[in-house]
Structure formats: structure tokens, C-alpha cells
Write a protein that binds this ligand. Structure first.
Ligand code: 3PG
Length: 400
């Protein structure tokens, strides 16, 4: 946006597509990292006299207004961070949005309501998305893309709107792309990747890609059990994607051929049931060997020996990319695996990149200093798809 600022933005309505998709507990924001990440762009535009219209999605409402997914708490937090009054429109392209934007004075900021309260935002139909983008375009003179977390979505505000307005990339997108580019073009070795999260099916593309690039891939989270099952072990009642076993077997074979090391937990924390996430009552998990999970028990975190193993595998690396928690870290009994990986990244001399909504939130929720990591990405799916080498609609639209 430096180019835009040089042109001058005073008095112009600038639409900033942010990603304010923050975790909420009711109306309380539990991690405001994504809001803080867009502040430099919004503040700079406001300082230069733009009338800034900030837009985002939050959660996955069904194309209609739903108070549980209102952006009002995020708008209030943005105001606090900017130290300014931020106006809030209670709809996205309706009377409230039009009046709010018309009422902006130079240097003022408004947030419009959740883009996904409109079916056109996420529609697969080009015409329906285009019609919604036309209405968004009426609210602004210029477009600034800065919602890195959503650039992998071919949505109206990400992909169609920039084609309708002069468009620029914000500071956040520029930083994110700069860092991730290093991991794809000029990575320092040894390069280790830690992948966690529930489903292996969400990570197939990136594993496929990393088998050609990484030296070591450490697996955690619910995905572990599909890997253990692929090695012929019983996994009790743990999360298992049986249909993915053949592809995981193929990856294990390919890793051997290519000299890529897959690191799996040697022990896991198990319990008879998923913990109560509301009360967070003690779950009293047991530690068992990863190849001896008893029937009826589910694995919910990596165990103490695995923590040591993972830390040692990260100690001598030059670059680490980490996406996805190691266990159900939101429950204190299952947070240690994720905590150990975060600490290992901090202790390692490597350039460390934490990618992903969940792992980024985890390091903050567990109380780590964000500055101790090389880079914390605001994008989960977006950073993975970038690493896979996919064309991301929101970046393609800005490069155009
Ligand atoms: C994310 O949380 O990864 C982004 O905000 C995108 O959200 P989505 O997966 O609901 O499109």
C-alpha cells in the first residue's frame, strides 16, 4: 500500500478486506492476534486521511445474519487497539452500511457486519458472487487486501471485489508472503515441519509437497492415529480416518525412499472419553505406549517421552514450520505436547514459522511470547496452501 499512500488517500473510501475471524467465547475474544495484525495497515490509512471501511468474515454462518457470529466484538477491539472510535454497521451492504460509510469523515474507521451474513460472499456461482461484489464495490473507491487468513478462499470480497476497484496489498499480506516465500524457494536445512490437528485429510496436499522438500516431518494431533493404524497398530477409540490409511501408507513408503524422516509419538495420553471442554474438569489421562492403545481408550495428546523426542528432533534444525496443535491443548491435561513443541521452537536456533489459526492461538493462549518465534502467521489453511504451491485466489487477484 505504500504506492497507494504515495498517490494519496485523503478523503477516499478504502475497503480493507481483513481477517478478523478470531476465536470467541460468547462475545469475549480469546485471542486477538488477527485483529492486532491488521492494525498497521488500518492505522496508516487512517493517518493518511482515508475513510477506512474494514470488512471480514467470522466463523461459518449460513449466508444469513446470525448474532452468534457478529463482528461487533472485533470492531470494539479494533477501536481499542487503534485508540479511536470505530463505527460499526449492523449489516454488510444494506442501509446501515451505506449510512455508516457515508457518515465517515477523513481518517475515520468503520467495520461492516460479517461478510458471510450474505450468501453471495461464499457462493460457488460466479454471478451470485459477482452481484454481491458489485454491492460491496459501491461502498469504496479503493481496495486493500490484508486478510491473509482468507486468501485461499475464492470468495466475493477476496477474489471478485479487487477486480472491481483499484487494488493493493496491505502490510500483513506483504509480510506473510515474504516469509512463506523463504520456505518455498530458499529454505535453510535441516528443514523440519511439525504437523498437528485433527484430520490427516486436511494435510494431504502439504505432506505430499513436503515429501519433496522437508528433511523431517513430525506428526501430532488427531492425525497421529491414522499414521499408527497405517503401521498396523490398534488405536482404540481414537480419531481415525480409515479411508486415508492407504494414502498414509504410500507417504510412509515415499518418505523412506526419499530419506525424509517421519517422526511419530512413542507414547500418548489416553482417556475413556473426550474431556469436558466447558468445565475443564480434571480428565486424569493415562500414559500408554503408542503401539499399545487399549480398546475403548482415545489418544488426546502426545506423551512425555514423545515430548522429549520431538524436542530433540527440533534442536538441530535450521528452519521449522509448525502447523496444528499436538493435542487438545485447550484442556490443561492435554496441553503439554503443544507446550513442549512451542518451547522446542523457542529453544532451537532455527528460523521458526508458526502457521495457522490454531497453533498461533495455542502459543498465545499457553502464554508464550510471540516475539520468541521467527514469524507467527495469521493464516492456517492459507499458509498450508501457499506452501503446497497452490494459486491462492486472494493473492492472484492482487497480483493481477
Ligand atoms: C481461517 O480461520 O483459517 C480463516 O479465517 C478462513 O476461515 P474459513 O476456513 O472459515 O474460510
Amino acid at each position: 500500500i505504500d504506492e497507494l499512500l504515495t498517490e494519496g488517500v485523503a478523503g477516499r473510501r478504502v475497503f480493507v478486506r481483513a481477517d478478523l475471524n478470531v476465536p470467541l467465547d460468547g462475545t469475549t475474544i480469546t485471542d486477538d492476534g488477527r485483529i492486532r495484525a491488521v492494525v498497521p495497515t488500518v492505522a496508516k490509512l487512517a493517518e493518511a486521511g482515508a475513510r477506512v471501511v474494514v470488512a471480514s468474515h467470522l466463523g461459518r454462518p449460513k449466508g444469513a445474519p446470525d448474532p452468534a457470529f457478529s463482528l461487533a466484538p472485533a470492531a470494539a477491539r479494533l477501536g481499542e487497539l487503534l485508540g479511536a472510535d470505530v463505527a460499526f454497521a449492523t449489516d454488510t451492504v444494506g442501509d446501515s452500511a451505506r449510512a455508516t460509510v457515508a457518515g465517515l469523515t477523513d481518517g475515520q474507521v468503520a467495520v461492516i457486519e460479517n461478510l458471510r451474513f450474505n450468501a453471495g460472499e461464499t457462493s460457488k456461482d460466479d454471478a451470485e458472487r459477482g452481484a454481491f461484489a458489485d454491492r460491496l464495490a459501491e461502498l469504496a473507491d479503493v481496495y486493500v487486501g490484508d486478510g491473509f487468513g482468507a486468501v485461499h478462499r475464492k470468495h466475493a470480497s477476496v477474489f471478485d471485489l479487487p477486480a472491481r476497484l483499484p487494488h493493493y496489498a496491505g502490510y500483513l499480506i506483504a509480510t506473510e508472503v515474504g516469509v512463506l516465500k523463504k520456505l518455498t524457494t530458499d529454505v535453510q536445512r535441516p528443514y523440519a515441519v511439525v504437523l498437528g490437528g485433527a484430520k490427516v485429510s486436511d494435510k494431504l496436499g502439504v505432506i505430499d509437497h513436503l515429501l519433496e522438500r522437508a528433511d523431517r516431518i513430525l506428526i501430532g494431533g488427531g492425525m497421529v492415529f491414522t499414521f499408527l493404524a497405517a503401521q498396523g497398530h490398534e488405536v482404540g477409540s481414537s480419531l481415525l480416518q480409515e479411508d486415508q490409511i492407504p494414502v498414509v501408507k504410500e507417504y510412509i513408503e515415499r518418505a523412506k525412499e526419499r530419506g525424509v524422516e517421519f517422526v511419530l509419538p512413542v507414547d500418548v495420553l489416553v482417556a475413556g472419553e473426550f474431556p469436558d471442554m466447558k468445565t475443564k474438569a480434571p480428565a486424569n489421562p493415562a500414559t500408554v505406549a503408542a503401539d499399545a492403545i487399549p480398546a475403548g481408550q482415545m489418544g488426546l495428546d502426545i506423551g512425555p517421552e514423545s515430548r522429549k523426542l520431538y524436542a530433540s528432533k527440533l534442536a538441530d534444525t535450521a528452519t521449522v514450520f509448525w502447523n496444528g496443535p499436538m493435542g487438545v491443548f485447550e484442556h490443561p491435561d492435554y496441553a503439554e505436547g503443544t507446550r513442549a513443541v512451542a518451547q522446542a521452537l523457542i529453544d532451537s536456533p532455527a528460523f521458526t514459522v508458526v502457521g495457522g489459526g490454531d497453533s498461533a492461538a495455542a502459543v498465545r493462549i499457553l502464554g508464550f511470547d510471540e516475539n520468541a518465534f521467527g514469524h507467527i502467521s495469521t493464516g492456517g489453511g492459507a499458509s498450508l496452501e501457499y506452501l503446497e504451491g497452490k494459486t491462492l485466489p486472494g493473492l492472484a487477484a492482487l497480483e493481477d
